[in-house]
Design a protein around this ligand. Structure first.
Ligand code: OKP
Ligand code: ZN
Length: 334
């Protein structure tokens, strides 16, 4: 299987994040990428498809914000990292905001996502890896892997959050649509709900979004991912949320994934994107499912049985010592 990664993806390296009321090391570390590369035997540099596929998913003012935020923060005299902390709650009228503090809250939905001067470059490169894997499967490969880091599934059309800035799976799905694939499905099996991907395709009947994740009643991102969220308008019925309780083991996870694959087949998808998170592993430091390393090949084989051209994009997974093994185990199932 071809694997894609650009060294520019490690350039986003915040020092800290706000976690459980205290500042801790940023969990989405650049060393995650090296751990995966070591376990999968390296990766190719992706071809550069330019900014257009990113602009096809994200708003131009948001992309300008991603490029400028850390610079504006420094210009405002701040020494620490640009961390959003004041948010315009639902119902605020549109305002022409200029102060960086205000922009951070406007374009982020949480305070766990610091922005650096290198965030844009890393996110751009991560999207290029997702595009390269998608083009490989459109050219006839059965499956391909994009070592995306930073991850993407929490990022919406005009917002960042949850360590995500550019929604790499959405960029890939949209590129597949524009290349003529009529129906695309995203299967999100990260521990967390992919609220950004859901929002981007909420009213779209041509892209199916299915997610298996920890119940938002107990887990981040809290405000999305309930079973009754099914899409709207042309997209009604093309969003499928399968929340599971903390402590979920293989059998329940596999059954949910089977239901998601059945729905994707019924939808008639011609290409599959898998948002894969290894944070479903039993030892993940910020998550509470109980999948084991040996479960991943099995889950991957079930996905492969769907028989669709499949591009796998990396999302979460924070137990760095086990991360490479878990990713390699998953890929071995293909
Ligand atoms: C990103 B991905 C817990 C804060 C939660 C954000 C988690 C983002 C996960 N104290 N931090 O879906 O793996
Ligand atoms: Zn996650």
């Amino acid at each position: 299987m071809r694997r894609f990664f650009s060294p520019a993806q490690v350039r986003h390296a915040p020092a800290q994040e706000l976690h459980n009321g205290a500042f801790t090391d940023y969990a989405e570390k650049p060393s995650r990428a090296q751990a995966i590369l070591d376990a999968i035997g390296g990766a190719e540099e992706p071809h550069d498809h330019g900014v257009q596929p990113i602009e096809a998913v994200h708003d131009p003012d948001y992309l300008a914000f991603l490029r400028d935020a850390a610079h504006l923060w420094k210009e405002a005299g701040r020494v620490g990292e640009a961390i959003p902390y004041a948010f315009p709650i639902v119902g605020r009228r549109p305002l022409a905001l200029s102060r960086i503090d205000a922009l951070l809250g406007r374009y982020a939905f949480d305070a766990t996502t610091p922005l650096t001067t290198q965030t844009w470059a890393a996110g751009y490169a991560s999207a290029q890896s997702a595009l390269a894997a998608t083009h490989a499967v459109m050219a006839g490969d059965r499956a391909a892997f994009a070592l995306c880091r930073p991850p993407g599934h929490h990022a919406g059309r005009d917002y960042c959050g949850g360590y995500c800035h550019i929604n790499v799976a959405a960029v890939a799905a949209q590129a597949a649509r524009e290349a003529g694939i009529a129906k695309v499905a995203v299967l999100d099996i990260d521990y967390h709900h992919g609220n950004g991907t859901q929002d981007i395709f909420w009213e779209r009947g041509d892209v199916f979004y299915a997610s298996i994740h920890a119940d938002p009643a107990t887990d981040y991102p809290f405000y999305w991912g309930h079973a009754d969220e099914v899409g709207e308008g042309a997209g009604e019925g093309t969003t499928l949320n399968l929340p599971l309780p903390q402590g979920t083991c293989l059998d329940a996870f596999r059954a949910a994934q089977g239901a998601a694959l059945e729905a994707i087949a019924h939808f008639g998808a011609e290409l599959l994107l898998v948002s894969f998170g290894a944070d479903t592993w039993e030892g993940d430091p910020i998550s509470s499912f109980r999948l084991r390393t040996d479960d991943y090949p099995l889950l991957a084989r079930d996905i492969a049985s769907a028989g669709l051209p499949t591009a796998i994009v990396m999302e979460g997974g924070y137990a760095i010592d086990a991360l490479g093994h878990n990713v390699a185990a998953f890929l071995s199932g293909f």
